[in-house]
Design a protein around this ligand. Structure first.
Ligand code: SF4
Ligand code: SF4
Length: 457
């Protein structure tokens, strides 16, 4: 049994990987896609197409709205029907480019052959530019623009690239299937990433509940003959795939409060991101599709689907027989960190990795009672926080104390909620408090900037 794991907190939920034997299969083209302009961390992208324009698959439809932002490409060929607000899965309006699908014409610059391209270009700047032009963002959930992560700030140096293949959230299997079915491409992507970061060592971290993937990727590395890439078998423990937890597990280094992984010499990318890097650099293929696990005990059929970005969620669920009557809750992502879906007309984004359907019995929480001060939430917190205290401060609205107690370090993993015998909605309350503190920090920054400008005049 592997010993590699993080040092504090964590829980062991049942992994429920009931879709693990479902190969990734393409979902038929939707009649319409809706491409959200805010589907990455950072500034929303700015549309560069107009209503009535004809577009091909892979054509740019929106440019980055700032340094931390990303290109958005058409995932289909067809005609731009509208540009305007549309509700996302939570019911919030987001600017979308609506494209009516007509055929499946791809941009000629994209290499659609199955040929594996292993020769990596030598110009690292050109590689990073290709990643930027490909609209590549972190596909492990964070959707942070990848090219920005690959340009460490002056004074910091990458010492190891970690490819996150843990997929520690219960139910999710799209990364596992990607490792099995696109292992060569993922390994070439990893080789590109380690070259760009200065030929540093690279660790592909996979949890021990995916032994086939561990064996397969080791074989691929040996077959391709890349040096400096290893597979590390990780102990099964949630949230092993959290960025800071993974760095701790692989490198034995702790990322400080508010600090970035690069501060300890680490750059972490997800398996799907490594594949997207391969596609962008070796095939000129931007992100136009992604693998989505569709799962839940109440579904007659489990699936891993290759879905064009911007596909309505309803269409994905129809492909597995529709939403069963017994489904009480639909979650985008896993049961621990996923977000509830309230609008099935919403469309997928680059970062959509799973749709999980749960029954009433599976989602029911016992009624909350008073805190019994057992400390289980603090024991489970992988960030070393005191969730019971944060919860109390959130309810009191004490933003200053929340900030002093590092609420911003919360990674919203849900371990505290999972562990609480009093069923206190810790994560829900902490999320609200975290949002309020973030708002206060931003307001302070704006006020400080205004004061500095006023002082100059
Ligand atoms: S959700 Fe936040 S407070 Fe709760 S265990 Fe995870 S990191 Fe800690
Ligand atoms: S786990 Fe629940 S009951 Fe125990 S200390 Fe934390 S909040 Fe209180």
């Amino acid at each position: 049994m592997s010993k590699h794991t993080f040092s504090i907190g964590g829980v062991h939920p049942h992994d429920n990987k009931i879709s693990r034997d479902c190969p990734i299969r393409p979902l038929p083209l939707p009649p319409t896609v809706y491409l959200a302009m805010s589907q990455h961390i950072g500034a929303p992208a700015k549309p560069v197409v107009a209503v009535g324009d004809k577009v091909n698959v892979g054509q740019v439809v929106a440019e980055p709205g700032g340094f931390v932002s990303a290109f958005i490409h058409s995932s289909v060929s067809g005609t731009v029907k509208s540009i305007g607000p549309r509700k996302d899965l939570a019911g919030n309006p987001v600017t979308c480019v609506e494209i009516a699908v007509e055929g499946d014409e791809w941009d000629e610059s994209i290499d659609r052959s199955e040929d594996l391209v292993t020769a990596i270009p030598s110009d690292n700047k050109a590689i990073i530019e290709k990643i930027r032009l490909g609209g590549v963002v972190g596909l492990g959930g964070a959707t942070f623009p990848t090219h920005v992560k690959l340009m460490p700030p002056p004074g910091s140096k990458c010492e190891r690239v970690i490819i996150n293949g843990c997929e520690c959230e219960p139910y999710l299997t799209s990364d596992f299937r990607t490792l099995l079915e696109k292992g060569e491409q993922v390994v070439v992507g990893a080789a590109i990433l380690r070259q760009v970061m200065g030929n540093v060592p690279c660790t592909i971290a996979i949890e021990e509940n995916k032994p086939e993937a561990i064996v397969h990727i080791r074989e691929v590395i040996a077959k391709l003959g890349y040096e400096g890439i290893e597979v590390m078998s990780m102990k099964m423990r949630y949230p092993q795939g959290g960025e800071k937890q993974l760095i701790d597990a692989v490198m034995g280094r702790q990322v400080g409060s508010g600090a970035l992984p690069i501060s300890v010499g680490a750059v972490v990318q997800n398996v799907a991101t490594a594949l997207a890097v391969y596609d962008a650099v070796q095939k000129n293929k931007p992100i136009i599709d992604n693998s989505v696990t569709v799962t839940g005990g109440c579904l007659p059929e489990q699936a891993n689907l290759l879905v064009r970005v911007g596909t309505p969620l309803q269409m994905i669920l129809d492909a597995v027989g529709g939403v069963p009557e017994s489904a009480a809750k639909i979650i985008s992502g896993g049961p621990m960190m996923g977000k509830a879906v309230v609008n099935l007309e919403a469309a997928t984004v680059k970062g959509t990795g799973a749709l999980l359907l749960l029954t009433e019995a599976e989602t029911r929480r016992g009624s909350a009672s008073a805190c019994i001060r057992c400390g289980k939430c603090a024991d489970a917190c992988p960030m070393g926080l005191e969730p019971f205290l944060l919860n109390r401060l959130c309810k009191a609205g004490d933003l200053e104390a929340l900030e002093a107690n590092a609420i911003q370090d919360c990674i919203e993993c849900g371990c505290c909620l999972y562990s609480c015998p009093a069923n206190i909605p810790l994560l829900d309350n902490i999320r609200l408090g975290k949002g309020a503190v973030l708002g206060a920090i931003r307001a302070r920054a704006v006020a400080a900037k205004a004061a500095a400008e006023a002082a100059k005049q």
